[in-house]
Design a protein around this ligand. Structure first.
Ligand code: PNS
Length: 174
């Protein structure tokens, strides 16, 4: 029998990721999470090992701009180190992750199990993205944008503009 679960009546969830940059797939998951939870903390990993295109500050600003209309229901914060520690520091027990396809499954289950092993009271809730977002990833979006491709179907106008600016600068060698 489940007694005194810290998850009962969960109002706040963390949606962690690199968000380099935010895609329509990420936004879809945030909207879905907002239909379940009162508050969604978007946790932006700041110490990405791979080189990121946008700084943590830039990634956060892009997400904040996108969800400004939700006020305090969407909080965007950076974290470094373990997600389990970030969640514990926030007093949050629920992590939301998006699933696009079966190919995400192995990695996502590993991540969920590791987080639960590190902090017993962390539960991961998987939300399935809209089918039209199922092939979108930040990595592919960056690749397309870097070669001058049109990414308007995969990211918001704000993010598309940021990508154009970044790659123009890079071409100029700034
Ligand atoms: O968007 P991503 O890159 O798939 O997000 C991955 C992320 C940031 C959720 C994951 O790498 C993470 O939680 N990193 C923090 C370090 C950590 O807690 N590692 C142990 C769990 S595997």
């Amino acid at each position: 029998m489940v007694r005194d679960s810290p998850l009962l009546g969960t109002k706040v969830a963390i949606f962690p990721g690199s968000f380099d940059p935010l895609t329509n797939g990420h936004s879809d998951i945030i909207h879905r999470a907002l239909s379940i939870f009162e508050t969604v903390i978007v946790g932006v990993l700041s110490n990405v090992t791979k080189e990121s295109l946008f700084s943590a500050r830039e990634r956060i600003a892009l997400i904040r701009g996108e969800f400004a209309a939700y006020g305090t229901r969407v909080k965007v914060e950076s974290f470094s180190g373990l997600l389990a520690d970030f969640a514990a520091a926030k007093g949050v027990h629920l992590v939301v992750r998006g699933l696009r396809a079966v190919s995400d499954y192995d990695y996502e289950v590993q991540l969920a199990l590791m987080n639960r092993s590190l902090k017993g009271q962390i539960e991961t809730l998987f939300l399935v993205t809209r089918e039209q977002n199922s092939f979108i990833s930040s990595t592919l979006v960056k690749q397309v944008a870097s070669m001058g491709g049109d990414v308007s179907a995969y990211v918001s106008p704000r993010v598309a503009q940021a990508l154009r600016k970044r790659f123009k600068k890079r071409k100029k060698g700034v």
